[in-house]
Design a protein around this ligand. Structure first.
Ligand SMILES: [Fe+2]
Length: 343
């Protein structure tokens, strides 16, 4: 309904908008809009009356809640100290023909160039030997042979120490009658002059980062069991669900599945690791995907209680072996194109 000049006068003169609305028999919204338009036209000075709605009337079911206090948090709450950075690898399965040694050495070059000094290995450093599973793909079948193969072939970079766990599969096939493969591998490595390979546990190991305050941050390195799940996050989710409330690590690094994933669940940063092994015949038969790559883990903590306040996981994924052939100088020299047969 159009506004008359008389109504405009009442609107301008009324002591308040609700009073104007009452006198004019119009809604509060209509009066507010009209006053705004008159101000735009310059009919009413801006100081005439603030365009503030009257508070909504109280209704029976309203309750008086205390207004939450608002204050600014200090940035240090989430951004204290330096980044803590670690290299992550897993499932290198050395001594089998599907190993990806060129890529494993490549990622250690990256770790070195990034100034990383500590690398965690989440199990299956070697392929082990169980004829019905990998009998056609390992080229060193004995325990000593695979240990020496690690000593000779596993990346060694100045200033980098690799802390590894063992899985209950592959190298774990030898883990019986009290024999401890991880400790033995470390013994052979030391004997052969490699102090950079340190065994820290079978199936799982907790790494404690202790801060000057006495608080700790726990990284659990784990080689879980079971086959790969239908979704890349599923195994990690079930693992985090299964942790007791007081036993949750801050960060969980899982090997075994050869599939990359990161998620934050129940305040646990869960990292599932790709491996350094191509898909084997066994894996193909089981329809298991095999991703190749490693990761750099960087995080910050609240030093007062060790909680992780920022976390960044950078996966470095490698493509199929064929993609890197041009970069292998030996291949480039020795091979001239691919084999063509003319029947
Ligand atoms: Fe594995």
């Amino acid at each position: 309904m159009r506004w008359t000049p008389e109504e405009d006068d009442i609107l301008i003169q009324a002591p308040s908008l609700p009073e104007a609305a009452r006198q004019l028999g119009r809604s509060l919204d209509a009066c507010c809009n009209r006053l705004r338009r008159l101000r735009t036209k310059g009919v009413v000075p801006l100081v005439n009356r603030p365009l503030v709605r009257a508070p909504a009337p109280k209704v029976a079911h309203d309750i008086d809640l205390p207004k939450p206090d608002f204050g600014r948090l200090p940035l240090e709450v989430i951004n204290s100290g330096d980044w803590l950075r670690f290299g992550l690898v897993s499932d290198t399965h050395l001594a089998c023909k599907e190993e990806r040694l060129a890529e494993l050495h490549n990622i250690y070059d990256l770790f070195a160039s990034e100034g990383i000094t500590t690398v965690f290995h989440a199990g299956n450093i070697v392929d082990g030997y169980l004829p019905r599973v990998n009998g056609d793909s390992v080229y060193v079948t004995s325990i000593d042979g695979q240990c020496l193969y690690v000593v000779d072939a596993y990346p060694k970079r100045d200033g980098i120490v690799t802390y590894f766990i063992t899985g209950d599969d592959h190298e774990g096939w030898w883990q019986k009658d009290g024999f401890n493969f991880g400790a033995y591998l470390q013994y052979v490595a030391r004997k052969e002059g490699r102090a950079d390979l340190c065994y820290i546990g079978h199936v799982e190991a907790d790494v404690e980062i202790r801060h000057p305050s006495g608080a700790s941050t726990i990284i659990k390195i784990q080689h879980p069991g079971g086959g790969s799940a239908y979704a890349r996050s599923y195994a990690g989710q079930k693992q985090v669900e299964a942790f007791e409330g007081g036993e949750k690590p801050n960060i969980l690094v899982q090997g075994h599945y050869h599939v990359s994933n990161y998620m934050l669940d129940r305040n646990v940063h869960v990292i599932s690791m790709p491996g350094f092994q191509d898909q084997t015949v066994f894996a193909r038969k089981k329809r298991l995907r095999m991703e190749v790559g490693g990761a750099i883990l960087a995080f910050k903590v609240n030093p007062d209680d060790g909680t992780v306040t920022r976390c960044a996981v950078e996966f470095v994924r490698y493509f199929t072996r064929g993609y890197y052939k041009p970069y292998l100088r030996s291949d480039a020299r020795l091979l001239r194109g691919h084999l063509v047969l003319n029947p």
